[in-house]
Design a protein around this ligand. Structure first.
Ligand SMILES: Cc1ncc(COP(=O)(O)O)c(C=O)c1O
Length: 390
């Protein structure tokens, strides 16, 4: 079969299931209000939660780094790409999280597909929450370990799986998201982490959406849940609330050393470019210095959930700045998304395979810098369009 024929058949099936995707075009810096497909709208679909991507100090740091260090690291970290800047960012990340060490990766996806096979191989077991991010799923596949998927957020199900697989002979890794990216709920880390430890398992927490946004000091889901110890691998991203690009793993010096030597997505890839590294470093300082950003983000999320609730729109199970409105059918979800765009709001419709079949939803994400009136107007518009689509 030639490529055209193959693509037509594959895409035909995707269209039939109303899950065909096209990329919208945004024009300008990420901001609460911006041009989407040529129309000025309020943006409620991004991950630049703290609005740091175009913060003057972050932009200045990236520009300065480009001038002083150039636009590329020039190689992988193990050959010519390991710059003073990387080591400094890693030392600052380790200090921020109170870990012995940290290591940056080029994306969160690459971190998960590198770390999991570095910790587990054939004969080992990954015990994975059913709603973990696709990069954890793919990391599990690459590892060749056995995978035990347990019901989302269910500590009893986790315990049952651990009882079965922890025999003291093979490596067992419990993999959790800190904040579930399509549901906005927080993993019960205060229960699950000690549980995993009691059974002798390692724990990986992917806190892509909690880093910078949750906890009194922005350390993430574990800080919010009061978990100080027991997380062996804390993964977070630099491309969401930190307004840059890339990811990191915080943990022990032994973990860092192991990853440098065995994580293939770290070893066989060019290092992060200087502007991204410096932007992330300055953004990390802003998370520390400007707590009002996460406070405002979280206040917006509460306001949004409450206002939707008064209109009878369910946002369960969200307790964070990721606010889902589950509509079920893909076609209905995308129709509501388009109607909202016409009314000047961009809240993305999310369909299978990003979420389980039959649970398509609007995924609404406010930013710290939205005016509260925009949050209210969006909630009212969502409620009206959801009702009209029923
Ligand atoms: C929970 C989670 N983990 C990992 C990633 C991947 O991070 P990145 O976009 O840096 O590849 C995402 C991105 O959306 C995510 O939501």
């Amino acid at each position: 079969m030639n490529l055209e024929q193959f693509a037509k058949e594959r895409l035909g099936g995707i269209r039939d299931r109303a899950t065909y995707r096209r990329m919208r075009v945004l024009d300008g810096a990420q901001a609460p209000r911006m041009s989407v497909d040529g129309k000025e709208v309020w943006l409620f679909a991004g991950s630049n939660y703290l609005d740091l991507a175009s913060h003057p100090e972050v932009v200045e740091a990236a520009a300065r780094a480009a001038k002083d260090w150039g636009c590329a690291a020039g190689g992988s970290r193990l050959i010519t790409g390991n710059l003073t800047l990387h080591e400094e960012l890693e030392a600052e990340l380790a200090a921020f999280f109170g870990s012995e060490a940290a290591l940056v990766f080029n994306t969160g996806y690459m971190a998960n597909v590198g770390v999991i096979p570095a910790l587990c191989g054939a004969g080992d077991v990954v015990v994975s929450d059913a709603l973990n991010h696709a990069s954890i799923v793919d990391g599990c596949r690459l590892s060749r370990a056995d995978v035990r998927v347990f019901a989302h957020g269910d500590a009893d199900a986790l315990e049952a799986a651990l009882r079965e697989v922890c025999d003291g002979r093979r490596q067992v890794l419990v993999a959790l998201d800190g904040v579930y990216s399509m549901d906005g709920d927080v993993a019960p880390l205060e229960v699950m982490v000690p549980l995993a430890k009691r059974h002798g398992a390692l724990v990986l927490v992917d806190d892509a959406h909690g880093t910078g946004t949750l906890g009194p000091r922005g350390r993430g889901a574990h800080e919010l849940r009061g978990v100080a110890d027991g997380i062996d691998v804390l993964m977070g991203t630099l491309g969401k609330s930190l307004g840059s690009f890339g990811a990191f793993v915080a943990g022990s010096a032994a973990l860092r050393d192991l990853l440098v030597n065995t994580a293939r997505s770290f070893i066989f890839s060019c290092a992060l470019a200087p502007p991204q590294v410096e932007a992330a470093r300055v953004a990390l300082g802003l998370v520390e210095r400007e707590p009002w950003r996460r406070e405002r983000l979280n206040a917006h999320a509460v306001r949004l959930r409450e206002r939707l609730g008064t209109h009878g729109v369910d946002t369960a199970p969200s307790t964070t700045h990721i606010v889902p409105v589950v509509l079920g059918a893909s076609a209905r979800t995308m129709a509501v998304c388009e109607r909202l765009l016409e009314r000047g709001f961009y809240a993305q419709g999310i369909r299978h395979p990003s979420v389980p079949e039959g649970t398509a939803r609007l995924r609404i994400t406010p930013m710290a810098s939205h005016p509260p009136e925009a949050v209210d107007a969006l909630a009212d518009a969502v409620a009206e369009e959801v009702a009209a689509s029923a």
